[in-house]
Ligand binder design. Structure first.
Ligand code: PLP
Length: 369
C-alpha cells in the first residue's frame, strides 16, 4: 500500500527523551509520567481540572465509569458508532446500555434521540467525538444538567479539538484521551483521564495502582491497607517520554492535518455522490483525526482506491451488531442508513499535500467511470 490509512507519529525529538528514560532508574511509572501530566495540562487543560495518565484510553474510560459511580444494572446512554473501547468497560460494570443513534451528517450522537432516551433512571451520558469533530456539547449538557447526571466525553480522537473556543477536556465531568499507536500523539499505548471534580483525583490515582497510595508508600507513611479495589491502569515512563517529546511538536503536526483537511474538503466538494461528515459548525474546531465521507458506493470506492495503492476504511462498526452487545439492540434509523456508507481517507503526518490531491483525483476518476 503506497498511502496507508494510518501511521504512527514519532517526531525525531522522541529519540533523546526515550534514551534518557532507558538509561534511568525509572522505566515504569516514574517522574516522566508526572511531567507528561503537567505538560499535557499546561497545553490543553485549565488548572481547575485534574489530569491522570493511564495505560490506555480504555483504562481511562473504565476509571471514569467507576468514578461516575456506574454499577450493575445502571442505565447509561452511549454512542452506537464508536470504538468498542467506549462500551466494553460498561459491560464489565454490568451497566444497562442504551445506544444513541447517530446524526446523519456527522456520525456523532444525535441530541434529539439522546433526549428521548434519557430518563430519571439514567446514570450517565457518554459521547464520542467521531473522527475528532466535537459533538453538540451545548445540547448534551443541557440534557445532563436537567437530569443532574454526569457527561463522560470519549475524546480519544479529539485531542486539540475545541468547542466554543475551549479545548475539549474543559467541559464535562470526565474526558478521556487515547495515545494509542495511531492517535494524534502516541505513547505506544496510553491514555489521559481528565477529571472536573478534583475530589476524585486521589481516588483515581489509588485505583490506577491497585488501590495503593503510591506517594505515601514511597514516603513510608502508608498505613499498609488497601480499601478500594484498584487495578493496574498506569502509564509508564517509556510511554510518557514519547508523549512528552510529541507534545512539543503538536501544533506543527496539526497544521499539516489542517492543510490536508482543507484539500479534501475543497477538492471533493463538487462530487454529488459524496457527503463530507462535518456540520461545519463555527462553535467547533475539528481535531481532524480522520477525514470521513459518506457515499452509497462506499465498498466499490474502497476497493477502487485499494487498487490505486490508497488505503481507506471504516474504522469502527456499529457496536450493537457485535454479539456481546446483542441484548442492547434497538431501532436506530440513521445508523441503519449510514451503516454501509461512511469511509475514512488517509490524514496523518506521512500524507503530503500532493498525496491528498492524488487521492481526490482518483476519487473523481472513480465517480466519472
Ligand atoms: C473512540 C475511541 N475510544 C476509545 C479508544 C480506546 O483507546 P485505547 O486504544 O488507547 O485504549 C479508541 C482507540 O483505540 C477510540 O478510537
Amino acid at each position: 500500500m503506497t498511502i496507508p490509512l494510518f501511521y504512527p507519529y514519532i517526531p525525531p525529538q522522541v529519540e533523546g527523551e526515550l534514551l534518557d528514560t532507558l538509561h534511568s532508574k525509572w522505566i515504569g511509572q516514574g517522574p516522566k509520567v508526572d511531567a507528561f501530566e503537567e505538560a499535557f495540562q499546561e497545553k490543553f487543560i485549565d488548572t481547575g481540572y485534574q489530569c491522570i495518565a493511564v495505560g490506555s484510553g480504555t483504562d481511562a474510560l473504565h476509571l471514569a465509569y467507576i468514578l461516575a459511580g456506574i454499577k450493575e444494572g445502571d442505565e447509561v446512554v452511549t454512542p452506537v458508532l464508536t470504538c468498542t473501547a467506549t462500551n466494553i468497560p460498561l459491560l464489565y460494570l454490568g451497566a444497562n446500555i442504551k445506544f444513541v443513534d447517530i446524526q446523519k451528517n456527522t456520525l456523532n450522537i444525535d441530541p434529539d434521540h439522546l433526549r428521548k432516551l434519557v430518563t430519571k433512571k439514567t446514570k450517565a451520558i457518554v459521547c464520542m467525538h467521531y473522527g475528532g469533530l466535537p459533538c453538540n456539547m451545548e445540547a448534551i449538557h443541557e440534557i445532563a444538567e436537567e437530569y443532574e447526571i454526569p457527561v463522560i466525553e470519549d475524546a480519544a480522537q479529539a485531542l486539540g479539538a475545541k468547542y466554543n473556543g475551549k479545548y475539549i477536556g474543559n467541559l464535562s465531568d470526565f474526558t478521556i484521551f487515547s495515545f494509542q499507536a495511531i492517535k494524534h500523539i502516541t505513547t505506544g499505548d496510553g491514555g489521559m483521564l481528565v477529571i472536573k471534580n478534583k475530589e476524585y483525583a486521589d481516588l483515581a490515582k489509588r485505583l490506577r495502582w491497585f488501590g495503593i497510595n503510591r506517594k505515601a508508600k514511597f514516603n513510608r507513611n502508608w498505613e499498609n491497607d488497601i480499601k478500594e479495589i484498584g487495578y493496574k491502569y498506569q502509564m509508564t515512563d517509556i510511554g510518557a517520554s514519547i508523549g512528552l517529546a510529541s507534545l512539543k511538536t503538536f501544533d506543527s503536526m496539526m497544521e499539516n492535518r489542517k492543510e490536508l483537511y482543507r484539500i479534501y474538503q475543497c477538492h471533493l466538494a463538487d462530487i454529488e455522490e459524496i457527503q463530507i461528515m462535518d456540520d461545519f459548525d463555527e462553535a467547533k474546531d475539528h481535531a481532524m483525526w480522520s477525514f470521513v465521507i459518506a457515499t452509497r458506493k462506499r465498498k466499490e470506492l474502497e476497493n477502487y482506491l485499494r487498487l490505486q495503492g490508497i488505503e481507506s476504511g471504516q474504522n469502527h462498526y456499529r457496536n450493537d451488531k457485535y454479539s456481546i452487545f446483542h441484548s442492547f439492540q434497538s431501532c436506530l434509523k440513521n445508523m441503519d442508513l449510514r451503516e454501509d456508507q461512511y469511509l475514512s481517507l488517509p490524514i496523518h503526518p506521512r500524507v503530503t499535500a500532493e498525496d491528498a490531491i492524488f487521492i481526490c483525483d482518483k476519487i473523481h476518476d472513480f465517480f466519472k467511470q
